[in-house]
Each structure stands twice: as C-alpha cells, then as structure tokens.
Design a protein around this ligand. Structure first.
Ligand SMILES: Cc1cc2nc3c(=O)[nH]c(=O)nc-3n(C[C@H](O)[C@H](O)[C@H](O)COP(=O)(O)OP(=O)(O)OC[C@H]3O[C@@H](n4cnc5c(N)ncnc54)[C@H](O)[C@@H]3O)c2cc1C
Length: 371
C-alpha cells in the first residue's frame, strides 16, 4: 500500500485520490481553500464533454475512454451527473474547426452525422446561419454537472477513508523525498506526490513553472427568449461555431444556459486579478460574438458571470511531468474536466507499474494510441 499525497482538490486531485483508494492505497488531499473550492477551475454548474476536437485525433479517441471512466464513477456514486444532448461543431467556412473535426471523425471511424444548414437550423431553431454553413454532430456528449460531481466525489472519498484537509496551503516541495512543506511550517511525506494545483502552479513551483501562461476566462449565464428556451434545452451543446471559439451548454437540471467565448480570455493570475466580473460589459462581448447567429439576439438577458482560471501553453497539450516521487499535471487548458476520472485511473496504473511514465506522458499530450 502506497501513500498518495495530493495537492489540490479539483477534479484531477479528487479523481486520482479515488482511483488510489479503490486500488487499496492511502490518499491525503491538501487544499488551500475550502473543499469543494468554488474558485477551482473544476467548480461550475456544468462543463462540456464532446467529441469534436478539430484535428486532434488523440484527444478525440480519449473521449471514448473518458466515457468509460465516467461510467465507472457513476457506478461508485450511485447516480449519473451527465445528460447526453450530443455536441455539434458548426462550420462557417472551408477548413475551419468543424471541417477538421469531420476529417478526424472519418479518419478514426467515429460515428457522426453531417447536417446541412437547414437541418442544423431545424435542430437548433434559436440559430440563424449563413449560406453554406453545415454541422457535424456526435453522441454521446453534453453537460457534465461539475459542481454535483465534485461535491459527490468529496463525499465518496470521505466515506472511503481518504483524508481531505481544507485550508491547507502547500508552500514547498521536495520531489526526491516526496515531502511537502505547509504554510504553517509543518511537513508531510508521501510515497507519491501529485501536484494538481491548477492555475496556482506558477506560485507553488516558480522555478519550474513561473513563466507558465495562466488565463482568466469568464462565461455568461443567460436567460434566452421564451420562444427558444425549450430548443436550447433539447439541442446539442455547441462545441464550436466556425473558428469563432463560441460554445454553449444547455439549461438542464436547473444548471442554466451558459455561453462561452474562448477569445474572451486574458493572461491573469487568480491571486492578483480575483474572481469579480462586470456583467454588463463582459456579457456584451460574449453575446456580441454570437449575435450574428442568434434569432432574437436582443432578447437574451445576462444573469451572471462565472470566472475561472487555467494554465495553457501554445502547444495546447496536457503536460504530465514526473521528477523523483512527484508528478505535476498541468496545461489543463479549458479541457481537462472531461478527462478527470480517466486521468485518475491512468495515474494510479503508472504508480503501480502497469504503465510507464513515458507512455502516460505521451498519451496525455494527445500523441499515443491507447496501449
Ligand atoms: C471557464 C472555464 C471553462 C472550462 N470549460 C471546460 C469544459 O467545458 N470541458 C472541460 O473538459 N474542461 C473545461 N475547463 C477546464 C477544466 O475545468 C480544468 O482543466 C480542470 O477543472 C482542472 O482541474 P484541476 O483539478 O487540475 O484544477 P482546479 O480545479 O483548478 O483545482 C486545483 C486546486 O488546487 C488548489 N491549490 C492550488 N495551489 C495549492 C497549494 N499550494 N496548496 C494547496 N492547494 C492548492 C486550488 O485551490 C484548487 O482548488 C474549463 C475551465 C475554465 C476555467
């Protein structure tokens, strides 16, 4: 039995803890904030899982593996925090993200449907698309109810004997010894240390990760026009609209209709820039990007902003970096929630010697076929 010492109670840290406990190991999670931490990237009403991934065949394949891991989590929790609406990538011009997605689906044999503009508008009557637009849908896909998942995972881990220490900030790490230093001056040691510190990693490990770019991303919850409330609930989640970086998650299970626009992000740090948002100006930017494609665009009422942070470098690939007894998981992008339980399983397999670190790192970078 090994002792897993885990820094960070987001989806990654909690998932590794669960897989460790299931395999008979001991797990201790150290979290600087409350648990669950509403400021972690993992805590929002919903996060999307979807097949459309542009040209990234490795990550597209990983989505199938991820669904298997979610099913194993639902079995443990005794409930399913997911609704499959499917996900759609909408093409606005040749060679855009949806076109790359379609080429990937065809290359790897992933089941999908291609819809012409009229069919997309019939499926999504809230949209009005330009001539020549088309869409590609894939199932399953849609909202993972993130806050419910995190809350239930914490409950499950506590019942299963994991130790979760809220308000416990790690300030230093000795990778060779597997020892961490806490803000109160004490230390903890593990056989294996997982660093899943999300956007705070540059603060914890400035020598290695001080220049890692961290982004603030704000999403808006909106009330749609009454005529389209039901169609927004039933239609596939929009994974992408051209290369315009807009996406949507439906108002199911009371989560609210959420609109994101990846271009509305800026480099920032959570401890400096905080979690406030300006509803009027920021929602205007996000809704403004969707405006040309919405029926009744003026009838959308912004309700609230949700601010989150993630680390992301230009490679747009997850980085799993192990030195000594410590594995750092970073460059989570706006993408890693969907892979949380799967990452938990793979990390524990690596620690137990069932997978090499080199193969795990290649897989995480989206390069390797499933071993
Ligand atoms: C706005 C937004 C939208 C997103 N949309 C999607 C999506 O639709 N689909 C998807 O799959 N992914 C999405 N993501 C990405 C996904 O949410 C993240 O990649 C994922 O949640 C990262 O999980 P994590 O556990 O690594 O980090 P976090 O959830 O950020 O958890 C890290 C935790 O570590 C703690 N911590 C940090 N430093 C210390 C320390 N020194 N000591 C103790 N504790 C520490 C923090 O307090 C925090 O609670 C989105 C992210 C954002 C921000």
């Amino acid at each position: 039995m090994a002792h897993f010492l885990i820094i960070g109670a987001g989806i990654v840290g909690l998932s590794v803890a669960r897989s460790a406990v299931l395999a008979g190991h001991q797990a201790t999670i150290l979290e600087q904030g409350p648990v669950p931490n509403p400021q972690s990237a993992s805590f929002d009403r919903h996060r999307m899982i979807r097949y459309p991934y542009g040209a990234a065949a490795g990550y597209t394949r990983m989505v199938t593996e991820a669904f298997g891991a979610w099913d194993r989590l639902w079995a443990d929790l005794g409930t399913t925090h997911f609704e499959s609406t499917g996900a759609i990538a909408i093409s606005l011009e040749a060679g855009d993200y949806a076109a790359k997605t379609l080429a990937t689906f065809r290359a790897i044999g992933l089941p999908h449907d291609v819809l012409d503009r009229d069919a997309v508008e019939a499926l999504c009557p809230h949209l009005t698309l330009p001539q020549g637009a088309w869409g590609v849908t894939a199932f399953p896909g849609g909202p993972l109810f993130a806050a419910d998942i995190i809350t239930d995972l914490v409950r499950w881990l506590t019942a299963a004997g994991a130790r979760i220490e809220a308000g416990t900030r790690v300030v230093g790490l000795d990778e060779a010894e597997g020892r961490v230093a806490l803000a109160d001056g004490s230390t903890r040691t593990g056989d294996f240390v997982l660093v899943a510190a999300g956007a705070w990693l540059p603060r914890l490990m400035p020598d290695r990760f001080g220049s890692l770019p961290v982004y603030r991303q704000a999403l808006v919850y909106v009330e749609p026009p009454p005529a389209y409330a039901e169609s927004w609930r039933k239609a596939p989640a929009i994974a992408v609209l051209g290369d315009h970086t807009g996406y949507t998650l439906p108002d199911l299970r009371g989560a609210g209709l959420k609109i994101g626009y990846s271009a509305h992000r800026r480099q920032a740090m959570p401890d400096i820039d905080g979690f406030d948002a300006d509803l009027a100006s920021e929602s205007a930017v996000i809704l403004g990007a969707f405006r040309p494609y919405l029926n009744e665009p003026d009838a959308y009422r912004p309700l609230r902003m949700q601010v989150g942070y993630y680390a992301l470098d230009p490679s747009r690939r997850f980085l799993f970096d192990k030195r000594g007894r410590a594995l750092v998981i970073t460059q989570c992008d706006g993408q890693m929630f969907k892979f949380g339980p799967l990452i938990g399983e793979r990390v524990v397999a690596m620690v137990e010697g069932r997978e090499t670190m080199a193969s795990l790192a290649r897989w995480a970078a989206g390069d390797a076929p499933t071993p």
